[in-house]
Every structure is written in structure tokens, then in C-alpha cells.
Ligand binder design. Structure first.
Ligand code: FAS
Ligand code: PHB
Length: 394
């Protein structure tokens, strides 16, 4: 067995792991990232698209904000459609100039990967399913994996579980030491990426009697659209034509007329769930991002929550090594969980407001329309939704 050692082993090279690595490196803390898949595989996943200002500030802080500012789109508002009417909701006027940036997770991941390469930071890709975590209830945890026929062991002071919902870190915690809270929604999102001009120039959420739809974008020439679909839907049953026909029924009539359709570059169905694991720390191992929590993507919180976790975690780890203080690491879980549960509530509320639920169809639709009508005409309600949408402090 080949033995390596570092201060922190990060399991997973999605946004959480990559951003944590960049933050630790900037503070002079040595780390290694171990990733199950190849770098190309990680880059091939099409996921989030909207960044809170807290996230873009962190990307600037670690020095990877240049392309984001050049290619990303500043958004000062989003829109709601219900009963066929379009309602623009200004965020920045209500939230002290805070705004969102539309810049795909794929691009964030690429920028962070390129940053690592330039700095010569160690990322071990294609470790496959052999990755295992050991002794994290001690001060000398280890991560082992096999690659190219060789066995490896990495000794470290801390393990950061940034390995997503299906990762190995949370799964390695003894059942009696962790509590999982979960809600699975009775529908999914069928998403399409297409090189077509976005039908709306801002992120637009639709509530219709046929179900939810989301109109987003990656640039002024690349659209990202979603429609609510059944949990048992199969993506192979959705031709592009079938998608576009259904999508048109879920946006306002004028938009349906001007919608430019085209071939899908990517088409996939994502299940929707709310999930939180408590606590987020187990001795020398910390969970961050999707490894610890999942939100339905309605509120565009998933990636942004992950950024908040690793911001807090990096500060705690740096404090430990530089000041020999355990205050930050002892406080990590409770501090993150407060923000996580706030985002879980908002994402659950927004999902419940915008989607069609099989069991409450008629009355439920009328209640949703009444709440949306109240929302767009109440300054107090608009303050609340924009405060949550733009993101709460880390
Ligand atoms: P990730 O899952 O992104 O990354 C975890 C990494 O760990 C992966 O690279 C994985 O290969 C690796 N890994 C897993 N097991 C491992 C092991 N045993 N050993 C080593 N490595 C391992 N959020 C939004 O805000 N908007 C959206 O529209 C949106 N859409 C989504 C669609 C889908 C299908 C999914 C799954 C998520 C979506 N999300 C969305 C949420 C998503 O963006 C996450 O919040 C974000 O990817 C979180 O990043 P990570 O915590 O790094 O987890
Ligand atoms: C996206 O662009 O993928 C996106 C935007 C807003 C959301 C979810 C996803 O709430």
C-alpha cells in the first residue's frame, strides 16, 4: 500500500470539494481531493444555473471569478407566471442591491478545476467505488482507495465529505450517530438544454393547471428549461417535440408564440427531495453540500448552500491549524444547520406553491393561485420571497 499524508482529505470534486480546496489552499492548508469519477464525467453533469452573491463573492475571493464576470449574466429580478399572467419581481431594489448571477454549475466546476491545475494541486480522479474512510472518530483519520491496481492510504487530520447525496462519507457514519430527515416529492423535473435564445431574459417560474415549468438560461443564446413530470416518467418517452409542445402550454401565451425551439443538447429527469442529515460533523469528518443536505431545485439553493457550508468549514479548519482553536470546528454543524434548515423551508415552500400535487388538484390549485395573487400584491410578502431567494448569510 502506498501511503500519502496531508492536512485535509476532501472526498469528492464537485462544487463543494473544489471550492473547499481553493479556500484551504488560499489559507495555506495542505489538502488532497479524491474523486470517484473522471474529471470529464464531473464536467458532463448539467445541474445548477443561478448563483447567489455570497457564492460569487467566494469565487472572486479564491481568484476564479474572471470568466464568471465576463460570461455570467447579472440578474436583478425573477418572474412568476400564474393564471396566464406574467409578474416580474425585482430583487435588488428590495435587497440593498444584492443580485443573482446566471452562470452554470458546469462553468463554475471548470473554473475551479482549471485553477487547481494551474496551482498544481493534487486531485486523484477515477478512484472508483474503492474509496473508504477510516478512524474519523480519532485525531488521525484515513482515506483508502485503489487505482490502477495499486492500493493507497492517505493520512490526514480531517476528512471533508464533499461526495454528494450518494457518497461514501455519510454512508460510513454509524446509524446510531446520525439522524436523516427526508421528504420525497410526488414528481420530478424533466430538463432540457438547447442552443436557442431564452424565451424570457430572466428566470421565470410558472404555476399552471398542467403543472410547473421553469424557464432559465445559461447565456443569451443557450436556454435551460424544465417541466414538472411524473415520478415514473422515463426520459426516453419524451421526444424534443413532445417536450416543446408541453412546455408551450406552461408559459404565457405571448411567450408561447415567440418561443424558439431546437434540438436538445441534454435532456434528463431529476427527482425532487428535501433531505438533511444531522449533525454534519463526526469527530474528524465533516459533511458539506449535497453529502449533508438536498433541496428541491425550485429555490436555486443547492449549489449555494454547498458554498455556504465550505465557507464556514474552511474558516473552522484554518482557525484550528493557525490558532490551535477548536471553536470553529465544534460550531460547524450547528452554524450550518441553521442556514440549511432556513433554505430547506424556503425551497419546500416555493416547491409547494408552484407545483401541481396529485391529491389536492382543484382546491389546491385555487389556494396556490390565491397565495400567488397575495404574494405579487403584498410588499411584505415580496420582501420575504426576495430575501430568501437572494440567499441568507453564511
Ligand atoms: P455533487 O454531487 O455535485 O458532487 C459530489 C462529488 O463527489 C461528485 O463529483 C461525485 O462523483 C463524487 N463522489 C461521490 N461518491 C464518491 C466516493 N465514494 N468517492 C469519491 N468521490 C465520490 N441545484 C440548484 O441550485 N439548481 C439546480 O437546477 C440543480 N439541479 C440539479 C440536478 C441534479 C440531477 C442533481 C443531482 C442536483 C441538482 N442541483 C441543483 C443541486 C446540485 O447543483 C448540488 O447542490 C451541487 O452539485 C452540490 O455540489 P456537491 O456538494 O459538490 O455535490
Ligand atoms: C437553472 O438554471 O438550472 C435553474 C435556475 C433556477 C432554479 C433552478 C434551476 O430555481
Amino acid at each position: 500500500m502506498k501511503s500519502l499524508s496531508t492536512q485535509v482529505v476532501i472526498v469528492g470534486s464537485g462544487p463543494s470539494g473544489l471550492l473547499l480546496g481553493a479556500l484551504l489552499h488560499k489559507a495555506g492548508v495542505d489538502h488532497i481531493i479524491v474523486e470517484r469519477q473522471s474529471g470529464d464525467y464531473v464536467l458532463g453533469r448539467i445541474r445548477a444555473g443561478v448563483l447567489e452573491q455570497g457564492t460569487t463573492d467566494l469565487l472572486d475571493y479564491v481568484g476564479v471569478g474572471a470568466r464568471m464576470h465576463h460570461e455570467g449574466l447579472r440578474h436583478d429580478a425573477f418572474a412568476l407566471i400564474f393564471k396566464g399572467a406574467f409578474h416580474r419581481i425585482n430583487i435588488s431594489d428590495r435587497q440593498g442591491g444584492k443580485h443573482m448571477t446566471v452562470y452554470g454549475q458546469t462553468e463554475v466546476t471548470k473554473d475551479l478545476m482549471d485553477h487547481r491545475s494551474k496551482l498544481g494541486l493534487q486531485t486523484i480522479y477515477e478512484a472508483g467505488d474503492s474509496v473508504a474512510v477510516h478512524d474519523f472518530d480519532t485525531d488521525h483519520p484515513r482515506v483508502t482507495f485503489n487505482k490502477d491496481g495499486e492500493s493507497y492510504e492517505i493520512k490526514a487530520r480531517f476528512i471533508a465529505g464533499c461526495d454528494g447525496y450518494h457518497g461514501v462519507c455519510r454512508a460510513s457514519v454509524p446509524a446510531g450517530s446520525i439522524q436523516n430527515f427526508e421528504k420525497v416529492y410526488p414528481f420530478g423535473w424533466l430538463g432540457v438544454l438547447s442552443d436557442t435564445p431564452p424565451v424570457y431574459h430572466e428566470v421565470t417560474y410558472s404555476n399552471t393547471e398542467r403543472g410547473f415549468a421553469l424557464s432559465s438560461l445559461r447565456s443569451n443564446t443557450r436556454s435551460r428549461y424544465y417541466i414538472q413530470c411524473g415520478m415514473d416518467e422515463k426520459v426516453e418517452n419524451w421526444s424534443d417535440d413532445r417536450f416543446w409542445t408541453e412546455f408551450k402550454t406552461r408559459i404565457d401565451p405571448d411567450a408561447a408564440k415567440r418561443l424558439v425551439t431546437g434540438p436538445s443538447l441534454e435532456k434528463s429527469i431529476a427527482p425532487l427531495r428535501s433531505f438533511v442529515a444531522e449533525p454534519m460533523r463526526f469527530g474528524s469528518m465533516f459533511l458539506a453540500g449535497d453529502a449533508a443536505h438536498i433541496v428541491p431545485p425550485t429555490g436555486a439553493k443547492g449549489l449555494n448552500l454547498a458554498a455556504g457550508d465550505v465557507n464556514v468549514l474552511s474558516q473552522a479548519i484554518v482557525e484550528y491549524f493557525q490558532e490551535q482553536s477548536v471553536a470553529g470546528i465544534d460550531n460547524y454543524s450547528s452554524r450550518c444547520l441553521r442556514r440549511v434548515w432556513n433554505a430547506e423551508r424556503f425551497s419546500w415552500w416555493f416547491t409547494s406553491l408552484m407545483h401541481k400535487f396529485p391529491d389536492t388538484e382543484g382546491f389546491g390549485q385555487k389556494i396556490q393561485e390565491a397565495e400567488l395573487d397575495y404574494l405579487v400584491h403584498s410588499e411584505a410578502a415580496l420582501q420575504s420571497i426576495t430575501e430568501n431567494y437572494v440567499g441568507l448569510a453564511h
